[in-house]
Ligand binder design. Structure first.
Ligand SMILES: *[C@@H]1O[C@H](CO)[C@@H](O)[C@H](O)[C@H]1NC(C)=O
Ligand SMILES: *[C@@H]1O[C@H](CO)[C@@H](O)[C@H](O)[C@H]1NC(C)=O
Ligand SMILES: *[C@@H]1O[C@H](CO)[C@@H](O)[C@H](O)[C@H]1NC(C)=O
Ligand SMILES: *[C@@H]1O[C@H](CO)[C@@H](O)[C@H](O)[C@H]1NC(C)=O
Length: 405
């Protein structure tokens, strides 16, 4: 009941401004913590009382967010729990996943701790963004953004489907369109347009088009396409989806490139790397993917001049970490923290007994995914180019803070 009062209050704030074209300033300042305090006026919130414990009040948001919301589309690099609701092997809702997360519980994140978008939400002054399937569809749960990402999804519809269900790239965009309609119904069109166009949308997808499609030679794809043609195909699909998002008034967009999966423990094991050297053949395809995507986003900038689209080459940032690992405090560069077999790359991470005691000196958490420590560095690079200049033509901070050059 308190919740419905709150929603009415939000409606009031919104409707009293619905004539104005700018998104109401009050909502920028409304953090989930404040909402939470309204919910339980009798004292400090306890995690167990929260209807959505993963929006943990232990992760305070800065009082003045830089943008109203962060929306996320992608695969296991940014899934924060959508796959927990699906019938799939691609799930990270069991220990030791999440053991170093804020709640020290598995959440569905493919990591020991936070994923890059958790760090970025905090840089933006927002609370950690909830998963689409984990929230109840109430306006207040979506006001700071929604994460639609689903592990095993790829740019190609059928990538990853041998693992079971996932929410495909196209379907995630459809879900975003549904959210958009819900905003229009509750806040009106003008406010929604302003809300969406000043928010950030983050896309991180494409690894599974390699891991579960091209490298597995599904449908004889390697005979039909050289990596160059395959990458052109992926980029043209991505380009179309970005235009669809643009037509829904998305104006601030981060497109992530692919990490060096040729250095992932699974491929070191699979391709019998001798002393941990990365599989060059795979990394070459990934570098080419990043090149083609970067070129495509640069073209789109000319075509859609009022959009601010950045491409972040996570391959570059990751290779800097691998090559200068000592400087970053990592000494385990080839072995996953959790898994079995050589490089811990043979069998996936299934239980706490398979994990190293402390992941903080590891680059890789499991067969395919980096540790929390690496995610923090990469997020800092996306945000402010802190360690490596890997976003083009500029970093995220520049597009939201609008700093003059
Ligand atoms: C939002 O917060 C900032 C800093 O905390 C403050 O300066 C500003 O007045 C607030 N805006 C509103 C509308 O409350
Ligand atoms: C891919 O699969 C097809 C059969 O489905 C096979 O003829 C071809 O040799 C394979 N290509 C590679 C590079 O393994
Ligand atoms: C990394 O350093 C820790 C102690 O600082 C040590 O216990 C561990 O064996 C080292 N790991 C590797 C792979 O060298
Ligand atoms: C892991 O090791 C790091 C550095 O040695 C230390 O700061 C951290 O507290 C350790 N984490 C745990 C969970 O023991």
């Amino acid at each position: 009941m308190v919740t419905s009062l709150l929603v009415i209050a939000i409606f009031f704030i919104i409707s009293s401004h619905s004539k104005a074209l700018r998104f109401p300033q009050e909502l920028y300042n409304l953090s989930l913590n404040e909402i939470f305090i309204v919910d339980s006026p009798s004292g400090p919130p306890s995690t167990s009382a929260s209807p959505t414990p993963l929006l943990s009040p232990t992760t305070p948001a800065v009082s003045s967010p830089l943008v109203p919301a962060l929306f996320i589309i992608g695969d296991s690099t940014v899934d924060c729990g959508n796959n927990n609701f699906l019938g799939t092997f691609a799930r990270a809702d069991h220990p030791p996943y999440g053991r170093d997360f804020d709640t020290h519980q598995p959440t569905g994140r493919f990591c020991n701790g936070r994923i890059p978008v958790d760090y970025l939400a905090l840089h933006l002054g927002l609370p950690i963004v909830p998963s689409y399937l984990g929230q109840e569809g109430e306006l207040k749960d979506m006001l700071h953004g929604i994460n639609y990402a689903s592990a095993a999804a790829g740019i190609i519809f059928s990538s990853g489907s041998e693992l079971g269900q996932h929410i495909s790239f196209t379907h995630q965009i459809q879900q975003f369109a549904d959210t958009y309609q819900q905003f229009v119904l509750s806040m009106g069109e003008d406010v929604t347009i302003d809300f969406i166009s000043s928010s950030v949308l983050y896309i991180s997808i494409g690894t599974n088009d390699y891991i579960h499609y091209y490298l597995r030679n599904v449908s004889n794809v390697q005979n039909l396409y050289l990596p160059w043609g395959f990458n052109q195909f992926l980029a043209s699909t991505m380009r179309q989806e970005i235009k669809n998002l643009y037509n829904m008034n998305v104006r601030r967009l981060v497109v992530m490139g692919l990490p060096p999966i040729g250095c992932a423990p699974y491929y070191l094991w699979r391709y019998k790397s001798n002393s941990g050297e990365c599989i060059e053949e795979i990394n070459n395809m990934i570098m080419e993917f990043n090149f083609v995507m970067r070129y495509m986003t640069e073209e789109l900038l000319h075509e859609l001049p009022d959009a601010r689209i950045i491409f972040c080459d996570v391959f570059q940032g990751s290779m800097d970490i691998i090559q200068n690992h000592k400087r970053y405090g990592f000494n385990a560069t080839t072995d996953a923290c959790c898994g079995l077999g050589k490089y811990k790359g043979w069998i996936m991470c299934m239980s706490g007994e398979m994990a190293c005691p402390n992941a903080s000196n590891h680059i890789w958490w499991d067969q395919f995914h980096p540790t929390d420590a690496v995610n923090a560095i990469l997020a800092d690079n996306v945000w402010s180019s802190r360690h490596t200049e890997m976003c083009y033509p500029m970093n995220l901070e520049k597009i939201v803070v609008d700093k003059p050059e």
